[in-house]
Design a binder for this molecule. Structure first.
Ligand SMILES: *Cc1c(COP(=O)(O)O)cnc(C)c1O
Length: 217
């Protein structure tokens, strides 16, 4: 696992330098969903601490026992969240990257109040305007971002997107970067195993890498 992590870090660093960016400005989010416990144990043993999961229950089962041994763990929810799971998500995750509607923002704000613990949040943007995909539409993003900040008071740090599988991702990354810039948001979670180098060229500050790191799910 150390070699696999080193290889991804080297690719991230090369992509950052090629774009005139500091490699340290790009965080590797290791996407551990559906991976066997050995894979995660290997990444932890190699010193990796930032992980992404897409389901609350799966993440709870995996990480609750590991937390006490790894107080510096940083867990990000990168999958869709149902409002009724907001309290569990707030209790477990250090960041929730899929905030995309007022009902969820309200549920998170309530959960934060009760828990006295506020994970960082990202707003997910459906840059491809795909009906089956989560995320706020690009034309509604500015208003929703303002609402997340002013009405719900959540600690909003940036944006996340998942481009359509059958399209050139570059234009989607560029669009996300543009929306973030005009809203003064520093964090951009974009890029997966197949396209993280492109995402870094367009300003990604977090890349979410699963299969290229751990192998196929
Ligand atoms: C599964 C997943 C990833 C990782 O995908 P890979 O192609 O395996 O790197 C990244 N982001 C999200 C939102 C995912 O659900």
């Amino acid at each position: 696992m150390t070699a696999a992590l080193d290889a991804i870090h080297a690719r991230i660093a090369a992509a950052a330098r090629a774009a005139g960016r500091d490699p340290a400005a790009v965080t590797l989010v290791a996407v551990s969903k559906q991976q066997p416990p050995e894979a995660v144990a290997g990444a932890l043993a190699a010193g990796h601490r930032v992980f992404g999961e897409n389901r609350v229950q799966e993440a709870q089962a995996r990480w609750t026992p590991l937390r006490p041994q790894h107080p510096d763990l940083h867990l990000r929810l990168i999958g869709p969240l149902q409002s009724n799971k907001a309290p569990e998500a707030v209790a477990l995750f250090d960041a929730i990257d899929s905030v995309d509607r007022p009902k969820l923002a309200r549920a998170l704000a309530d959960a934060v109040q009760k828990a006295g613990r506020a994970p960082q949040v990202l707003v997910q943007v459906n840059t491809g305007e795909e009906p089956q995909k989560a995320g706020v539409l690009p034309q509604d993003a500015d208003a929703f971002i303002a609402e997340v900040r002013a009405v719900y008071g959540l600690p909003l740090a940036g944006l996340m997107c998942i481009p359509p599988v059958d399209e050139e991702p570059a234009m989607h990354f560029a669009l996300l970067a543009q929306i973030a810039a005009r809203n003064g948001l520093p964090e951009l979670s974009m890029g997966m195993s197949g396209d993280f180098e492109t995402a870094i060229r367009f300003g990604a500050t977090m890349v979410r890498v699963g299969s290229a790191l751990f192998g196929a799910r």
